[in-house]
Design a binder for this molecule. Sequence first.
Ligand code: M6R
Length: 599
Amino acid sequence: MCGILGYLGDGETLSILFNGLKRLEYRGYDSAGIAVLNKQDVFLIKDKGTISEICKPELFSQINGHLGIAHTRWATHGEPNKDNAHPHFDCKKEIFLVHNGIIENYNTLKRFLENKNHKFISETDSEVLVHLIEHFYNDNLEVAVSKALALVEGTFGLIVIHKKNKEMVIAKRGSPLIIGVGEGDIFVSSDAAALIEYTKKVIYLEDNDIAVIQEGNYSIKNLSGQDVIREIHEIKWDLNQIEKKGFKHFMLKEIFEQPESLSNVLRGRIKNDKIKLTIDLNPSSLSRIIITACGTSWHSALIGKYLIEKIVGIPVEVDYASEFRYRDSIINKNDLVIVLSQSGETADTLAALRKSKSRGAQTLGIVNVVGSTISREVDSGIYLHAGPEIGVASTKAFTSQVVTLLLISLFIKQNQGYKLDNILLNEILSLPEKVKIILDKQDDIKKIAEIFKSKNNFLYLGRGINFPVALEGALKLKEISYIHAEGYPAAEMKHGPIALIDKEMPVVFLATNGTVFEKILSNIEEVRARGGKIITVTDREDESIKRLSDYVLYVPKTIEEISPIINSIPLQLLAYHIADLKGLNVDRPRNLAKSVTVE
Ligand code: M6R
């Protein structure tokens, strides 16, 4: 889940790498480093911390190279420190490498290399690669990299340079890697965000591709040595979409972008009371749907289960991708496997997709990042068009995922020959307006955040289709504020968690109108009787809600199928303001990274 970047051209190499690396920090930010080929010498800077802490802009004018590589790290093997930071180098300090991924057989390779007198400085798996390349190096870097990778088990996106040559050798297996084709200069990166400022022309490498980048040109082969052709794609978004635009944090900006991201996911997909999706789904050959995902995407998958089973009547199973990939999951040819991922790069979700395909299931991806690995490997797919999501805590992608699952449910229903309910369609179309109304009440939510910011624990309770929203609310809070929070189905409380309730415990209830409204009122009573502090999200001007709750957050009225989208907005804002009031780095919570590309 690290970010890697390479540059070859006549621009200001150090500053290009520095700026690009900052845009990759959502992939990891515990240590960073840059190596620039400066005539026959290599300027190397690396340490614990972010690139802004390590490399000062005064250096930009002093380093004049035209070739360089950079890395921002999320530690897997070895703690964040200077030795473990990338770029890594060989014994002679001639070959430099940045790597994203995990080398699974690094212990065996390390022993082999130590027996050949290679000296290791770091505790990382990545350093093994650079020594292995050194072992095979005989004046041809590409050949040495190919020979080394033939012995490697695991995943990699890597860039290697040798101080004698003005070239980069890059390779990919299981970790994303793209080439950016500029005007005379060439970029390599884990993600288009790092190079969008300079070029919109990108080439997505496939697994087992190896490429040699030289001045103004590149050649791509597979690791078996055959030439391969990879198309140039045009990126459709621009720099301004990955800037904060005056917001204090990306997360807050992304929460506030939801009226727009929801309009985007709906655009052209509801017309004349019909759902228009360019996917081929035949309900008669569909016996079961499996949805697999991780984290927040797994929460939208759970909401998808409620929606599909209610609207379509086909059984749906929801699985954590990390479990699905390794257990003896039963996958049949008549199953549709829906793979949900904002990034389209999550390692476990990708593995779950590959497993489903190998068992002959039909696969459908719901992905935000255009051109990502999952989006390229699924049989068919729907993009969220939410725009780049930079904040580690997922917000706008979540609400767009839920809308997409709702559209898919209605699309299947329509294909079953049913006419769709107009009221529901109109409610979906009114979502951007309703979300705006909640965003306008930000100050009310901030007041509640101020009151509860010092608590050590939180409970989030919901029922039915809003139970996954409780899970999502708790995840948002814990990942950015470090407050312990749990989401629970409200009725399960009395089977254990109710023991936690005392007057110190804030309990957030999702109590909007719907089939379980009366039931949840009883659950609120139960918590009130035990002294818990009650914060209720509701759309009902109900006396009993007011009487039972310490604080009420009103949301616009809607119908049950839409309520998870509406109800998640105040929870995003509550988590954001608590974390911000605590002075925490909301966009870069400790120990986390945006794309989890390692298992
Ligand atoms: O990119 P993906 O949707 O596959 O990512 C899945 C999770 O890693 C992600 O949702 C994570 O849980 C977020 N930090 C939640 O805010």
